[in-house]
Design a protein around this ligand. Structure first.
Ligand SMILES: [Zn+2]
Ligand SMILES: [Zn+2]
Length: 371
């Protein structure tokens, strides 16, 4: 199986969350090429679930690959660059799917002892596919739920073959944050007849900074970032509407609840003091990726002795991943895998090294069948 060709084909057709129609068709066609009597395929929305029945199963091991691209215009200059204008596989999910297909190729070649279920999961970036996929499995297809589950994510900064993870918290709890201020606009020369949304938004922005500084235990970590602030229409009109867009990151689910409560209290206070409306919307929220210590250690130990990989015990990061919803209910682990590219995730020039595809397909197959 030519994994580089598969990855290049997927790279050309990036689609955003729950729009992965061409991607789903392409992956289904590749699965069809490999089908054997012990492989069952189910679809859920734009996702795919492949059940590989073991010949003497005592457990079911899960492997998850995310499928979506991002609304980013590709600048890699690659000859297999995106053909979907304004969209790009800038988070390496094309590589994740390819590794999963490489894993399936091994399993189709030789029936495993235990059951292995591969989840091609849509909408990791937005609005989040793991939580609804898991809810659907629990309601209607409990036979497809695993006893343990694993996943990888490409890591631009590491050389190919590096397998990096840690026990416990690996990625943060995250939430989007959107705050809309609605007030009274008017002539720039008659401020007394208005409620200036720009001044209100600026005050709100500064007050939000006090949450991490003064409301979060200094021994925990949290981030409240406002990445975008917009207000008003033209220089000589006092603004009647402003919007703050940001993100919240915390290292515990409890801190996330606490930070959200403080944001709402500050917004209520601002609304009262400035006589305006302030509406808070959290968009999509992701639960922390908290690796089961036994399984994170198993990944590292396996990588240590496997010929093509090097194990690295890495620190936690404030990034988010909706695989956290799987780990909330099922033991398992997520690990970074080296992709050797100069640009970070979500960068328009991020292009993982194709050498990672076969190395990881082989490693994942060897690891999952060792459990
Ligand atoms: Zn991403
Ligand atoms: Zn990603």
């Amino acid at each position: 199986m030519n994994l580089a060709a598969i990855r290049q084909a997927l790279h050309q057709i990036p689609e955003v969350g729950f729009q992965e129609f061409k991607t789903q068709q392409y992956v289904l066609a590749r699965i069809e090429d490999m089908k054997t009597p012990y492989i069952d395929v189910t679809t859920w929305r734009t996702g795919i679930i492949v059940h590989v029945h073991g010949h003497a199963p005592t457990k079911t091991i899960g492997w998850r690959a995310d499928m979506d691209g991002l609304p980013i215009t590709e600048q890699t200059g690659a000859d297999f660059a995106s053909t979907h204008d304004g969209f790009m596989h800038a988070c390496g999910h094309d590589c994740h799917m390819t590794v999963a297909l490489g894993l399936l190729a091994h399993l189709a070649n030789e029936q495993p002892t235990n059951n292995i279920v591969i989840y091609f999961q849509p909408a990791e970036e937005n609005p989040g596919g793991a939580e609804p996929m898991l809810a659907w499995l629990k309601e209607t297809r409990r036979d497809l739920l695993p006893d343990a589950i694993f996943a990888l994510h490409v890591a631009p900064q590491y050389p190919v073959g590096t397998i990096a993870t840690k026990s416990g918290l690996l990625f943060a709890n995250t939430s989007e944050l959107y705050i809309d201020v609605t007030s009274v606009s008017g002539h720039a020369a008659f401020p007394h007849e208005t409620k200036d949304a720009s001044v209100i938004a600026a005050t709100l922005l500064l007050q939000l900074q006090t949450i991490v500084a003064r409301n979060v235990n200094p021994l925990d970590s949290a981030v409240v970032t406002i990445g975008k602030m917009t207000s008003g229409t033209v220089q000589n009109v006092i603004s009647g509407a402003a919007r703050l867009e940001g993100t919240i990151r915390t290292t515990t689910p409890e801190a996330m609840i606490h930070v959200k409560r403080r944001i709402e209290a500050i917004c209520d206070g601002i609304a009262t003091s400035f006589e305006c409306d302030v509406a808070v919307d959290y968009g999509s929220s992701y639960y922390e990726v908290n690796n089961t210590p036994m399984y994170a250690e198993a990944v590292l130990q396996f990588a240590e002795q496997y010929p093509q990989t090097t194990a690295y015990k890495c620190p936690a990061a404030m990034t988010g991943e909706d695989f956290g919803y799987f780990l909330k209910e099922i033991p398992g682990a997520l690990f970074w895998t080296g992709a050797n590219t100069a640009y970070g995730l979500h960068h328009e020039k991020m292009l993982p090294d194709e050498a990672l595809l076969q190395v990881n397909a082989d490693f994942v197959h060897a690891f999952l069948t060792s459990l």
